[in-house]
Write a protein that binds this ligand. Structure first.
Ligand SMILES: [Zn+2]
Length: 206
């Protein structure tokens, strides 16, 4: 009995401060989203279909912070489950602020944008994709080799993320140990499984 009580106390003290909640978008939040150019007229999804998640996470210094993420309403609960588990396992996230699209180290989900070099909207435009720790989990595109560029040229995004190209060399913030967690909770496609480009930061729902 005593052991049981101690266990409960530890659980409460660990999870007591944690925040995991999902909210519909108030008109004030909608205005902020438009002001920050995450959404404009012509985007395929109305803002009413999104949910704003507030979620606790550990930063790279081991400090607990509250992050925010915008996702499609159909993925709100499963996304909360994923980030609760990441928090429980103290997986470090560098930054999670749904409005700060300029910070290339930011974990984001919704962002109404066209696919690179294509006219269709990416799944981020529907809140159906998440990019996690972009610096540590880069997007890498292999460009065709030419006579002047041998071996084949690799393009990295964010640009400095080439330090994380070798996925066998484990470094803080890399997502590989949690790929199955994302897949289990509705993000069945991982960009790290693709051949070219590799998009290690990217999970999507279909
Ligand atoms: Zn992505």
């Amino acid at each position: 009995m005593k052991i049981f009580l101690i266990f409960i106390f530890l659980f409460i003290s660990f999870s007591g401060k944690a925040i995991f909640k999902s909210l519909p978008l108030s008109s004030e939040i909608q205005s902020q989203i438009i002001a920050n150019k995450l959404w404009e007229k012509g985007c395929p999804l109305p803002l009413s279909q999104l949910r704003l998640l507030y979620m606790s996470y550990f930063d790279f210094n081991g400090k607990i912070r509250t992050g925010s993420l915008l996702v499609h309403h159909s993925l709100a609960t499963s996304t909360l489950h994923i980030f609760q588990e990441l928090y429980r396992q103290k997986f470090p996230i560098e930054k999670m602020d749904y409005l700060d699209l300029k910070n290339l180290r930011n974990t984001i989900a919704f962002n109404c944008r066209k696919k690179v070099a294509r006219e269709s909207f990416s799944l981020h435009s529907y809140g159906l994709a998440i990019d996690i720790n972009p610096m540590q989990n880069p997007y890498i595109r292999r460009l065709p080799s030419s006579f002047t560029q041998l071996p084949p040229f690799l393009e990295f995004f964010p640009p400095e993320s080439f330090k994380f190209q070798d996925r066998q060399q484990k470094q803080i913030g890399m997502i590989e140990p949690y790929v199955s967690l994302f897949k289990k909770h509705g993000f069945s496609i991982w960009g790290g499984d693709w051949t070219n480009p590799k998009d290690y930061m990217h999970f999507q729902s279909k």
